[in-house]
Design a protein around this ligand. Sequence first.
Ligand SMILES: [Zn+2]
Length: 497
Amino acid sequence: MKPKPLKLILCLFLTLYYGFESTAQTTIQFDIVLEGGRVIDPETKLDAIRNVGIQNGRIMMISSDALVGKETIKVSGMVVAPGFIDLHVHGMTNVEQEYQLHDGVTTALELEWGIEHIGAWYASRQGNALIHYGASVCWPFERMKAMARYQDGVDELLDLVHKKEITIQSFFHIGGPSFKEDQTPEESDKTLANIKSALDEGGIGIGVPIGYLPDTKPAEMYSVFELAGELGALVFTHTRHSGILSIQEVIANAMLTGAPLHIVHINSMSLGQIDFALKMVSAAGWKGFDITTELYPYTAASTGLMTAMFNEGWQEKLGIDYGDLQLVATGERLTQETFARNRRTNQYVIMHMMQPEWIARGIAAPGVIIGSDGMPYSKLAHPRTAGTFSRVLGKYVREDQVLDLNTAIEKMTLLPAKRLEGIAPMMRFKGRIQVGADADIIVFDPDTIIDKATFEKGLEFSEGIEYVLVNGTFVLRKGETVSNVFPGKAVYGKFKK
Ligand SMILES: [Zn+2]
């Protein structure tokens, strides 16, 4: 079914609102008014000085007339934009969410990897999240769950969910051995059944990080795409290897099965061939296939040393050597000896492996979404964890003029919202500054916004974002985190029962 335009859905709000206005115009008092800011809405292309009235968590009025609020915030000289929507986040606790909200993010989703025991995880986040949260079904987990000999690991992971300690790293320690094993046809069928029931628990599509299970047989992989095609479930994938052939593999699977596909971090998947990779993705779009991609605005990648990314031959595949790897725990560059030692404990590393011009071209490319791939907290975690969105606006828009402000905002709000709204219907109300949209709003100074996190000094809050509202509740005021508010809500997929 084609989603109805937001305008039609909003008729009810408008009718209610104007009915109210005609009888009681002088008494309208919004909960909050943002006064005199430069309001940018990427869908209607509004870019003008307006006042925004917020009521009950939604935008109820956008006007050049004066509005009355219980609280009025003067925001002249500032941009008022939809909160950023990050499709690709691994750090999902409030510790990481605080960095994210300082970077303008109001919805942070773990869609690449997904989350184990997804129903229990959603329940564990209810009522205590700073910003909106959600996740895809974790294919590597549903796959492991289908293999009876790994049942103990499944229970262990559920314990971690309950203790709110689950991370990809803990899953690697527990589930890693299953990643290297082929499935029997029965196990493969069971995996598909598991994926279906996890979608029923609310998962937003299927996280298929095949790059972490690169020995998976093509037929097994294809069966997951077939299921996604039958259901219309979106596949989020980290491709089998870096390089064009692996990108062609997922595009071919998507075209043949009809599965909607989102390829994560095209920058680290395609490396020096980013133009060719983007050409294929847009060609698929022209031909009517539902295939999209994203990237983060940095020249280094980051992952765990125990992963398949560092299997024999990694130097040639990635075009780097030991000295290009930076240990997250200490910041030191690795040698052959320290590589081997740290690999045994799956330490995270930052991999310096991309050229600035590849990133600039990817950011500027039409239709490419910005997604952070933000990592679990660690002082020296990859700076994308804290600075992705401010960096796009500060460095790539203002300083380097790689793209204009409105296009950048669109890539961080409307495009990710539209990417998801067919599978997570509530996303129709996000990524927009329109009457009836959710009041997920940020206010920032376009002349000063900038990321502060670096590879050398580690995570810092971004600067230049003054206010952040999540469903009409301030989580950031005058650049400071508001304490003891938890307005973040779950974003579920359409299959939720
Ligand atoms: Zn990845």
